[in-house]
Ligand binder design. Structure first.
Ligand code: NOJ
Length: 589
């Protein structure tokens, strides 16, 4: 029997329309988008050259991943100067030309605001570490070490870094103290309790807003406030010296005050767009940042990661089949909770931190790419929230091939994971060269590198990305999946994206409407929901599984009068009585 997850039929409040709710935002990873000068690294002039491509796709705003000066330990999320452009990406003049090209087409730009930490090469940190008396000392978080019972120097507390198994503290000899780094040791955390630091951050934000950006994506924003007495984290892993400390620094004690101050003193003055990255966040916590009827709301929306985290982590060993009932419930929980609490959300499946969803979420075979990519597109375009697409998603990019050697994975997280697992397996087996097959497979499936390969503009060996040696290997998949082959072609994934984005933009029900999940336990690979606004109703139904399912759309509420307005199978007429693998349909009821 079909049953609704939400049995109450109370009408959800209708959201106030706003431009930033209706836009289509495209995320660019500058290193891998388009190289204009043959040095193998994507750059600003390359992006400018592709602005018409983006306009044609229906893009209203681009989000540029960090383009500031950086030693690139974490690909720009380690900033050494907030006001300078990373030289391989070009000059400030190139940046201004990009902004002008976007403006001329009525498009907007947002930047990544990475303020949980800087690079250890930032002048502030260099000054800060030089002396306990430096005026920059309290820009970062320094604490003396402790001594254990055997007289060994140990870090100030037991916090584990978010990446790897090591401490979140690094000892620095110059002043005989430790500094905090939730991410890598080259990314020291900033101290938001320092008024001087706070003013620096505000000035830097004004600098970019005055130069013409429309707002920010706020990196790791839920981690910026720490309990400054730094208590030990509860023991979760008795075998380890260091413990995960999320419960202490996630949505930390002063997070709302910090965000309200940034909003009051800077963002509100520019009517700026804000989307906060906030992994490990519940809908209730999200609402505490974004609820619109509050005078002091802090951001417009967040990126929560609960849906993508269902399939996260470097898991080794046999892969479990995906549980799409869980996925449907997570999507439904967020859609209804946010709509029902006067709160807006972001809609995404891909970004630079996620493996490609065709592989990771759908586990589709390469022969099923086209249907799978279109399903994901229709799934995204029929949810409430601001729509995001990550570069390459619009042509159906997939993960890198399984046989790539480890050197091709450039991300520090992939490399650290390999090293740490090797040490663990060496210790466990006593072998100098333990079998690393499962570790390699896990990296292939889950590495962030999967999202970071050069954009496939064409089928040539360098993918039309560069004339030089690409900084990261081109995924050879570009021979069959690239922009040039798909552009202007009826039924291509790219054309499907263009059409579906236009359909969404012209259908307010898909952006603002109520969301109601239709669950039928007999069909665990089917996800279906209804969107409704002002007596207009739409039904989304899709088969997330790789096998056909004998199910009629009427089971989910389609009637003989329903009109099929959009579907994934191109010119083929969709089957009446079954949904083939990865088939997705949208009906007007
Ligand atoms: C989140 C970013 O998306 C990710 O790429 C980065 O490594 C971490 N924050 C640290 O800045």
């Amino acid at each position: 029997m079909a049953s609704n997850s939400n049995n109450s039929k109370t009408r959800l409040p209708i959201q106030e329309p706003a431009w930033w709710k209706e836009i289509f935002c495209y995320q660019i990873y500058p290193s891998s988008f388009k190289d204009s000068n043959g040095d193998g690294v994507g750059d600003l002039k390359g992006i400018t050259a592709k602005v018409d491509y983006l306009k044609d796709l229906g893009v209203d705003m681009i989000w540029l991943c960090p383009l500031y000066k950086s030693p690139m330990v974490d690909m720009g999320y380690d900033i050494s100067d907030y006001r300078e452009i990373h030289a391989p990406f070009g000059t400030m003049q190139d940046w201004e030309e990009l902004v002008a090209a976007l403006k001329a087409r009525g498009m907007k730009l947002i930047h990544d605001l990475v303020v949980n930490h800087t690079s250890d090469q930032h002048q502030w940190f260099q000054e800060s570490k030089s002396s306990k008396d430096s005026p920059y000392r309290d820009y970062y978080i320094w604490r003396p070490g402790k001594t254990d019972t055997s007289g060994r120097r140990i870090p100030p507390n037991n916090w584990r870094s978010i990446w790897g198994n090591g401490s979140a503290w690094e000892y620095d000899e110059t002043t005989d103290e430790y500094y905090l780094h939730l991410f890598s040791p080259q990314q020291p955390d900033l101290n938001f309790t320092s008024p001087a630091l706070m003013e620096e951050i505000k000035d830097m934000m004004r600098f970019w807003l005055n130069k013409g950006i429309s707002g920010f994506r706020l990196d790791a924003i839920n981690f910026v406030s720490k309990p400054m007495d730094f208590p030990d984290a509860p023991i979760q892993d008795p075998s380890s010296e260091y413990q995960p400390a999320f419960s202490l620094f996630n949505h930390g004690p002063k997070i709302h005050e910090i965000l309200q101050e940034l909003q009051r003193d800077v963002l509100s003055k520019y009517d700026a767009f804000t989307v906060g990255e906030a992994a490990f966040t519940s809908p209730e916590q999200a609402v505490s940042y974004v609820r619109q009827d509050r005078e002091d709301k802090e951001m417009q929306m967040i990126f929560h990661t609960e849906h993508v985290d269902l399939y996260g982590g470097f898991e080794e060993g046999p892969q479990e089949a995906r549980d799409y009932v869980k996925l449907a419930n997570v999507i439904s929980k967020w859609q209804t909770y946010m709509l029902n609490h006067d709160s807006w959300q972001s809609v995404f499946l891909s970004n630079h931190d996620q493996p490609r969803p065709i592989n990771n979420i759908l586990q589709a075979k390469i022969s099923q790419r086209e249907e799978a990519a279109k399903l994901l597109c229709l799934f995204l375009c029929t949810q409430a929230g601001t729509l995001y697409c990550y570069q390459g998603e619009e042509v159906g990019m997939v993960n890198v091939p399984e046989d790539w050697p480890l050197e091709e994975y450039k991300d520090l997280v992939s490399q650290d994971y390999f090293r740490e697992r090797q040490k663990e397996l060496q210790a466990k087996t006593g072998e100098a060269h333990p079998d690393m097959t499962e570790v390699r497979k896990a990296i292939n499936r889950k590495a962030r590198d999967n999202a970071r390969t050069p954009m496939p503009w064409d089928s040539s060996p360098k993918a039309g990305f560069t004339t030089g040696t690409p900084w990261m290997r081109v995924n050879e998949d570009n021979q069959v999946c690239n922009v040039a082959d798909q552009q202007g072609k009826k039924d291509s994934i790219l054309t499907f994206w263009k059409e579906t984005v236009q359909l969404r933009k012209s259908t307010p029900t898909l952006i603002y409407g109520q969301f109601e999940l239709n669950l039928d336990e007999r069909y665990p690979t089917i996800i279906s929901y209804t969107r409704e606004l002002d007596d207009k109703r739409y039904l989304f139904i899709a088969n997330f599984g790789g096998e056909a399912v004998a199910v009629n759309a009427s089971t989910y509420g389609a009637t003989p009068e329903s009109t099929l307005v959009h579907h994934t199978l191109g010119s083929n007429e969709p089957g009446e009585g079954e949904l083939v693998a990865y088939e997705a349909r949208l009906y007007r009821l």
